[in-house]
Design a binder for this molecule. Structure first.
Ligand code: DGT
Ligand code: CA
Ligand code: CA
Ligand code: ZN
Length: 575
């Protein structure tokens, strides 16, 4: 059966959560990881199965034999017996409830068993009525946290993190491109601008026979409902929880349409004003002088005719790009594929899925020249965080591997060292001093006051061994707001102390966000773009970090891991 990756991920992730409700150990995490992997896969799993059977499905990182068999059952029969049974036992809307921060499977089970809570609406009603605090193990604080989580959900207004949407859109574009007669097919809108969250997917097509494209589009396995279907424009609701719009345009208008539907709306409006001042008219069909179309085939042509150079989609937010492009002074943002290293990765020494050696092989495949092993430290006990002794042992292993990998990749010794409540670090200075690169991060006390949180982080940044501040605001897209911290003060401190700020590319973090990246660029604070990989499959996340860096106007000269290893190392405090 043709079943979408989102559906498969939902069911696989669901099995994991149901197993966790029953207190099963380890297995739930394996299901969760498999679901994440499927979510970030651009190729439809059903097609992988069609081509290579169970054997190929098993090769998807994090899947393996037993989960592979579950996926096979789902593809062949449309459902998984075990899942249906589990669902019957606890018939709750898992996706909805588990999206609330702090609500794990065990709590969801309890809320259903004790209060009959099945979905978000039930949860909100009973939380507001003060019923949740009466449950053993919950209390007033937990109830307040749940309400805060629900509020956060509402504020995100159904927008999805780009990491959830881009792979899905790529698979749709690939399917539409294979329809005969299709000459061009590309995403537009916020997705082409690589915004951190996406409201809906916009796709543009040039095709000889639009009806066939529309048929294919509205019949995609990812479609939950058809909202509109016409000869040149259709809209569908996807089972991933967002809509997709498809427009078919004529070749002569393709550039103008792409420009219009890429937006942003503010960029469009400003461009149109420039056109008007020149006595021209700009719309989605072209750039017009009276009745004559003077440009429209390509975006370059449209920008050129208006007196601009090409403006990268990530920079089209009307925040100065139009003026600078006119003066030919628009900075050149860092290019995709231009990173030489990755400064944050986790391995099976802690909560990563793969050994250092496996990560090294994957890093080579990803085209990197070096990467830093930055496992968690002892305060993060649930990940098996390393103490000083284990860190020293890990350094020995890395020495050995570097001999083996000479000339292929350089493995650097590092740490993701916890910042404790008082701003001191979790590992003794003399051990940190032995490492090549030390990242520091906040994983606890998210709720300190702005003053306390800021002071804590500023203090940690003064440590001579603290090279990089990892995921500086602690946000998790669609799930957790950033902790309350004065980022202007952090950026100032970075400048003063020579601390690097990280752009964490893990798709649900994207932390720093674009706005702060721009501030760093303006203040001359250097940054790194790191995958925060927890498995060999995660090096590909670097692309999201580069996208964000481009949205923040960062150049290659602003990003230290776009530089050769010696130069990168000498740019650190310790170097
Ligand atoms: P989203 O979907 O909320 O993540 O953001 P966008 O930017 O994809 O917005 P969307 O899907 O509503 O529209 C796609 C593009 O179409 C948008 O970026 C610019 C263009 N557009 C939409 N509405 C207007 C409008 O009223 N005026 C102008 N000038 N352009 C518009
Ligand atoms: Ca859109
Ligand atoms: Ca749209
Ligand atoms: Zn971790």
């Amino acid at each position: 059966m043709d079943i979408s990756n989102e559906k498969i991920a939902e069911v696989i992730g669901g099995i994991g959560e149901y197993l966790a409700m029953q207190g099963v150990a380890f297995k739930p995490r394996a299901y969760e990881k498999a679901a994440e992997a499927i979510h970030s896969l651009a190729e439809p799993v059903s097609e992988i199965y069609k081509k290579g059977g169970l054997k190929e499905v098993e090769k998807i990182p994090g899947v393996g034999r037993s989960i592979g068999e579950k996926i096979e059952e789902l593809i062949l029969h449309g459902k998984i017996k075990e899942y249906e049974g589990l669902k019957k036992k606890t018939p709750v809307d898992l996706a909805e409830l588990s999206s609330v921060e702090g609500l794990g499977p065990k709590s969801i089970k309890k809320l259903y068993a004790e209060l009959g809570i099945k979905n978000l609406a039930d949860l909100e009603k009973l939380a507001r009525a003060g019923k949740i605090r009466t449950l053993p193990g919950f209390g007033e604080k937990a109830e307040a946290k749940i309400l805060k989580g629900i509020e956060f959900q509402k504020r995100s207004e159904g927008r999805l993190p780009i990491g959830r949407v881009l792979p899905l859109a790529k698979s749709i574009v690939a399917r539409l491109s294979s329809v005969s007669g299709v000459e061009k097919c590309t995403v537009a809108g916020s997705l082409r601008r690589r915004k951190e969250t996406i409201g809906d997917i916009d796709i543009l097509v040039v095709a000889k026979n639009p009806e066939r494209v529309m048929e294919k589009f509205t019949g995609l396995p990812n479609v939950a409902r058809i909202l509109a279907k016409g000869p040149t424009k259709s809209s569908v609701a996807l089972d991933a929880g967002l809509d997709a719009d498809l427009r078919v345009v004529e070749p002569a208008a393709y550039g103008a349409a792409l420009n219009y539907f890429t937006g942003s709306k503010d960029h469009n409006i400003a461009l149109r004003e420039v056109a008007v001042k020149k006595g021209l008219k700009l719309n989605e069909y072209g750039l017009w002088k009276g009745e004559r179309r003077i440009a429209g085939k390509t975006e370059e042509e449209v920008y050129g005719a208006l007196g601009f150079g090409y403006i990268p989609p990530e920079m089209r937010e009307n925040t100065g790009e139009i003026e600078l492009s006119h003066k030919k002074e628009l900075p050149e943002p860092i290019e995709y594929g231009s990173l030489l290293g990755d400064l944050q990765t986790q391995t099976s020494w802690t909560d990563g899925a793969n050994s250092i050696e496996e990560m090294a092989v994957a890093a080579i495949k990803a085209g990197l020249k070096y990467f830093v092993v930055t496992d968690h430290t002892k305060r993060l006990a649930m990940t098996g965080g390393l103490d000083e002794k284990k860190l020293l042992k890990q350094m020995e292993e890395i020495d050995g591997l570097n001999k083996k990998f000479t000339g292929r990749i350089k493995i650097l010794k590092g740490s993701e060292c916890d910042i404790l409540k008082d701003g001191s670090l979790d590992i003794a200075d003399e051990v940190l001093a032995k490492l090549d690169v030390v990242g520091i991060s906040v994983h606890s006390y998210f709720n300190l006051s702005r003053e306390e949180q800021t002071a804590r982080i500023l203090k940690a940044m003064t440590n001579k061994n603290a090279d990089i501040l990892f995921h500086p605001t602690g946000r998790v897209l669609g799930r957790r707001a950033p902790y309350d911290v004065d980022m202007d003060a952090v950026i100032k401190q970075a400048k003063k102390t020579g601390t690097i700020l990280e752009i964490d590319a893990y798709p649900d973090r994207l932390d720093l966000k674009d706005e702060y990246i721009r501030k760093c660029v303006d203040s001359g604070v250097k940054m790194s773009i790191d995958s925060d990989a927890h498995s060999v499959a995660h090096f590909e996340f670097l692309e999201y970090g580069i996208a964000n860096a481009r949205r923040g106007w960062a150049k290659k000269s602003d990003i230290i891991n776009a530089w050769p290893v010696e130069k990168m190392l000498s740019s650190l405090k310790r170097g």
